[in-house]
Design a protein around this ligand. Structure first.
Ligand code: 5RP
Length: 294
């Protein structure tokens, strides 16, 4: 109850301590609003500044994907080890428990499937109201720089950035690599910079040569996609090299949920991202985790 009289006297004003300004731990995000910083802090761990996003949005374009045939079974044991979950609203609502308290990066572009030759023809597939209802911490839009759908996918990105900005929700821009698109460092440097200049708060791209230059030229955090399944050591090495080159984390799917032991793999990836494990140390951790689980 608020009382006017009889309260303990307020006297601890710290008159000799100047007010503090704390630097924010996410690259390029010093000047965004408090709510957006709060959401970004749920995604990028304040202790390491980095993130392990678990991507399982593959079904929106590929249908049932190996390792994700049953989302409820596949994701449940992995969720606690991820820093964020990247998925469609259909997957989140139907298969993921709402009490993991993990930030959701909501796949918000839609409109093509692997059955089509050209994948670049997408639209914004989620209303901002529904993104808020699902408590999305970030919206994810795929952008096809250099493809037929370049203009429309860039339009999807900027419209989503504007919608999210009204409510303090950041947008992750994904540099898509369609069937006919280049995968050179020159291409990734151009595409990542374009997405950041248009206002993306996080950019997802693929690891490539001279990655430190791609990172340096991108004013916002870059997270690295995993790509097709490769041997565990190779995936750990890719993650390690990306982190050493300045990536702010990974957004990995198939190399986690298609691993022989997905839980051990996400723990090993997390060791590389947050604890500076080398690929060899991380592979040791992977084998130790498998052994302990038996
Ligand atoms: C593609 C995506 C997917 O979420 C992502 O590529 C999947 O991750 P991975 O390549 O590691 O399986 O953003 O648009």
């Amino acid at each position: 109850m608020a009382d006017k009289n009889g309260n303990v006297l307020a006297k601890s004003y710290g008159l000799d301590i100047p007010a503090k300004n704390y630097p924010f731990h996410v690259k390029g995000m010093e000047n965004v609003d408090w709510g957006m910083k709060d959401r970004l802090s749920r995604i990028f761990r304040p202790d390491s500044g980095k993130t392990v996003m678990l991507a399982f949005d593959h079904g929106y374009i590929m249908g049932a994907t190996a390792g994700l045939e049953r989302l409820d079974l596949a994701i449940e044991p992995l969720a606690e080890h991820a820093d964020a979950m990247m998925a469609t609203r259909g997957a989140i609502r139907s298969c993921i428990q709402p009490n993991h308290n993990k930030p959701v990066i909501l796949r918000a572009s839609a409109g093509s499937t692997v059955l089509k030759e050209d994948l670049s023809d997408e639209v914004v597939g989620v209303d901002i109201d529904d993104a808020i209802r699902i408590n999305a911490s970030c919206l994810a839009i795929q952008v096809f720089v250099g493809a037929k759908g370049e203009c429309s996918s860039l339009n999807n990105l900027v419209k989503t950035i504007d919608a999210g900005a009204r409510y303090g929700i950041p947008t992750l821009g994904v540099t898509a690599v369609g069937k006919e698109m280049e995968r050179t460092n020159r291409y990734f440097m151009l595409a990542t910079r374009v997405l950041a200049e248009l206002g993306a708060h996080i950019v997802k791209t693929y690891y490539c040569d001279d990655f430190e230059k791609v990172v340096a030229a991108c004013p916002v955090p870059i997270v690295v996609a995993g790509g097709k399944k490769v041997p565990e050591f190779d995936a750990l090495t890719m993650a390690y090299e990306a982190i050493q080159a300045g990536a702010a984390g990974v957004d990995m799917g198939r190399n986690v949920f298609q691993a022989q032991d997905p839980v051990a793999m996400i723990k090993a990836i997390s060791g590389v991202v947050h604890d500076q494990l080398t690929p060899t140390q991380a592979l040791d951790l992977y084998h130790t985790e498998i052994h302990l689980a038996q």
